[in-house]
Design a protein around this ligand. Sequence first.
Ligand code: GLN
Length: 245
Amino acid sequence: MTNKHLTISWLYPELMSTYGDRGNIIVLQKRCAWREIDIKIEKISISTSESKLANCDLLFMGGAQDTQQEIVNNDLFNKKGEVLKELIEDNIPGLFICGAYQFLGKYYKTAEGKNLPGLGIFPLKTENPGEKHPRLIGNIVIERNRQKYVGFENHGGRTYLENPQMAFAKVLKGYGNNGKDKTEGIIYKNSIGTYLHGPILPKNPEIADWLIETALERKYNEKITLTPLDDSIEKAAQEIIINRA
Ligand code: GLN
C-alpha cells in the first residue's frame, strides 16, 4: 500500500506515558512503515497550539499518576479539550490509556478526594477511593467478540460506565474498569478507552491494525485492507500471558 499518509497526534508524551505506553507509538510507526504507509507523529504538549492537534488522523494519549494528571487537566480543560472533543465526535480513531481514559469521562476523583472535571465525552465517571484501598494491579486478560487481549493494569481509580453495553471488552482475569462488574474500558465512536498498559499494542496487534485501518478508511473514504504481517511472535507473547493468567 503506497501513497497513503497518516498523522498521529500524541498527546502530552512527557507527562502522560507510564508502564510502557510509548511502545504503542512505536508499534503504530512500525506497522505503518512495514506497509509503506507514510506516518508522521506530532507530539502535542502543553505549549503546542490547538490547531496542530486538530490536524490529525489518529489520536493517542497514555496514562499518568495523579500529579501529572492535574497539570494536564488544566490544559485540557481550558485549551485543548474542545478540539479533542470535536475530533472524537468526528470519528477520528483514538486510543486513550488509563489516566487519559479517565479524563474523557465526566470527572476523576483523585486519591485525595479532589474532583478533576473531565471532558464529558465518554459517559462514565471515575473515583479513586483513597490510599487505604488497594490499587488494581496486575496482568489482565479481556475478551471482545471472542478475541482475547492481554495487558497490564495499575490504577487506583474505579470507572463506572453509564451504559455497561459500551464496554470495550469483558474481563476474564484481572480488574478492568472497577474490579466488580467485569467491564473493561469503553468504545465510543472510533475511540477506545482502556486500562491496559503494558503497552497494549505490541501484544495485541489486532487493535493496532484496527486503529490504522479505521484511520485510513476515514481519511481516504475507501475500503482499506491492510497487508497481513507475520504476527507469530506477538501471538506467542499473547498466548503465554493468557496461559499464565
Ligand atoms: N492516576 C490514575 C489512577 O491511579 C491513573 C493511573 C494510570 O494512568 N496508570 O487511577
